[in-house]
Design a protein around this ligand. Sequence first.
Ligand SMILES: CC(C)(COP(=O)(O)OP(=O)(O)OC[C@H]1O[C@@H](n2cnc3c(N)ncnc32)[C@H](O)[C@@H]1OP(=O)(O)O)[C@@H](O)C(=O)NCCC(=O)NCCS
Length: 277
Amino acid sequence: MADLRVRALRSREDLEGCVRIQREVWGHADLDITPVHHFRISVETGAILLGAFAGRTLIGYVYSFPAVLDGILCQHSHHLAVLPEFRRRGLGLALKRAQRREALRRGYRLVTWTFDPMKAPNANLNLHALGAVGRKYLDDFYGPTPALVLAPGVPTDRLLVEWKIATKRVRDRMAGLCPEYNPARMEKAVEAKPRGTYPAIVPGRPDLRRTEPRLLVELPPDIRELAAVPGLVGRWQAAVRSALKSYFRAGYRLDDFIAGERSFYVLIKQRASPTAA
Ligand SMILES: CC(C)(COP(=O)(O)OP(=O)(O)OC[C@H]1O[C@@H](n2cnc3c(N)ncnc32)[C@H](O)[C@@H]1OP(=O)(O)O)[C@@H](O)C(=O)NCCC(=O)NCCS
């Protein structure tokens, strides 16, 4: 976007803008909103809060705070949001780039965050465009928070991803250098059943015994459409959950995402232990 500006957010007006965006983007109830006073103190004590502006209007922001994962000091990124009318113009990426720059400037090498593993657009942004990797699956992590559930009774599962911001992998992704995969030639641990037209696509039974170094786990491209079919979101979540947890235990990590008419997580077996970089 031509008149895009990204800058640090500090003033009361800036922070009220973050509250407004949370309401618009997530539709949170008051109880679930991160309030002005929380942003205020966390920015004062090491959080990174950056906003994207069109003219003088805040249209998106990214927010992370100091955290520790497996003994490593990192920034945990808790919010990334762009107003719906400004999406698909590179703003989400611009905010993450700015977050990375600022985290590197402060001496961090790791940024973490969680996302809903059923959301293909977010998986594509996180694992493909940004080059984060995933090896931790968190069952029903936030409990039944109404604004976070995908469909009635579906647990709020999350994937924890690690963005190793000083690595060549991430520098390459930031430069638009991404690996290409041919899903037709790769083995699948979860795959949609061939019959059934969209949105009523149904997951096949997960195959948890594969040993190939690279495996795919299929994901519906738009989980929101599946919510129209009772029980279907839950079936997909259960299939993806069991495959990812099983292959994480076997030493694989989530390394990439293939977005398209059919979408897939790419799991890659790590040479050493599952905790290796
Ligand atoms: C996620 C979000 C911040 C992305 O913002 P955005 O400004 O639209 O993102 P960008 O235009 O910079 O897109 C960056 C990349 O993300 C991926 N992406 C974003 N939206 C996508 C979609 N609908 N389908 C597939 N990939 C998508 C693509 O890789 C895209 O790169 P490309 O356009 O070169 O293919 C925005 O959709 C949003 O606010 N969503 C609701 C809040 C949310 O889910 N936040 C958590 C994010 S983990």
